[in-house]
Design a protein around this ligand. Structure first.
Ligand code: SF4
Ligand code: SF4
Length: 183
């Protein structure tokens, strides 16, 4: 053992340096959060749970059953049924999305000529029942109501997943304010 090593041992320098490192890390701000009590803000453009846009005047969906979203969906997880056609307007009878099969590519949003479907910032999918993530039309409309309530501001809504056809003025007042202030 060299003299230097002997001094280090005698003065417990290695132990002290280890303890100093522990203390330094202990005093740092943690990188983890206490989920679900704390949640990280969702990044703009996050592609989460689907919602069907509800027209505020009629309370109904915008979808005209053109089938484009179902055709473009690479996961083939959109199921649509309609009445009419052949010269008469189609009436949407069934619109379902199997969320567990979805890969959140956003093609359904992009292709929709009516801006009737959006992806929201919601990411908490855990459930005791598989059916909870099998969205039918009513559930998709409720997802929209919830999305509007937890609205994330202009940056999120317009830049990424706000279909251009949505009239911001027809959203609830609180939501409009948050758009105007950009919060
Ligand atoms: S996001 Fe993509 S995979 Fe999911 S339903 Fe839409 S088109 Fe299909
Ligand atoms: S593309 Fe839009 S309008 Fe056409 S069926 Fe899908 S959601 Fe409805």
């Amino acid at each position: 053992m060299t003299f230097k090593e002997l001094v280090k041992k005698a003065l417990f320098l290695e132990i002290l340096s280890g303890l100093a490192l522990t203390l330094k890390v202990f005093l740092k701000k943690p990188v983890t959060i206490r989920y679900p009590h704390e949640k990280r803000p969702v990044s703009p453009g996050f592609r989460g749970r689907h919602a069907m846009v509800r027209e505020s005047e009629t309370g109904k969906e915008r979808c005209v059953a053109c089938m484009k979203c179902a055709m473009v969906c690479p996961s083939q997880c959109i199921y649509i049924k309609y009445n009419g056609g052949d010269g008469t307007p189609r009436e949407l009878v069934k619109y379902e999305i199997e969320a567990y099969r979805c890969i959140y590519c956003g093609y359904c949003v992009e292709v929709c000529p009516m801006n009737a479907i959006v992806l929201t910032e919601h990411y908490e999918y855990s459930s005791y029942k598989r059916e909870d993530n099998y969205f039918d039309k009513e559930r998709l409309l409720l997802n929209w109501d919830e999305h509007v309530k937890t609205f994330k501001g202009k940056g999120y809504f317009n830049k990424f997943w706000s279909p251009p056809g949505i009239d911001i003025k027809r959203l609830p007042v609180g939501k409009r304010e948050s758009i105007n202030t950009g919060k």
